[in-house]
Write a protein that binds this ligand. Sequence first.
Ligand code: GRF
Length: 209
Amino acid sequence: MNKRIGVLISGRGSNFEALADSVAAGRLPGAEISVVLSNREDAPGIEKARARGIPARAIPSKGLEREAYDRLMVAALREHHVDLVCLAGYMRLLSPHFVAAFPQRILNIHPSLLPSFPGLESQRQALEHGVKFTGCTVHWVDENLDAGPILLQAVVPVEDGDTPETLAARILREEHRIYTEAVRIVLEGRYRIEGRRVLIHPAKGPEKK
Ligand code: GRF
């Protein structure tokens, strides 16, 4: 049985596409993306998913309390028998109900080296702070903003001529690379968590004869 991934988006969906490309190219063996869900009806990622034949729909949050909304999301993920939830530009905090429904089964990608620059416009925050290196982080999700244990990070140097846009574009390339790597580690169970530290076991090499 394939491991079933549910991807949650709010916008463009390039991290979703990177994961879908990885599934198609065999870089995530034994995995499939079962559903893409968005809190925004106008998220371009929804059409991108449908174009690939992946079920996708928006669940609008208007007028709903956080937990009532998250109950709808969790129900939709369960309907698709999702094993792992990947937040990919999903612009909502999760309620304790959502987090408890998928224990250690929710990942997020964030465009900074957490715990620096959580929240919105991380690339602009990094430039304004004057750091020389920034990057991206894949972490487990809890109820707090960009806060759970860190699984993988990639470093991106800041260049003198950078604008938030040029920096974001270079970070995004690394996001696409490490999200697949992180999902693979989780699906293969190649990690253990000690406190906040995530220790990753090396990938198995080819069988020795
Ligand atoms: C990415 O930079 C991601 O790290 C952040 O939101 C952006 C989403 O981009 N959480 P996309 O929708 O995956 O293209």
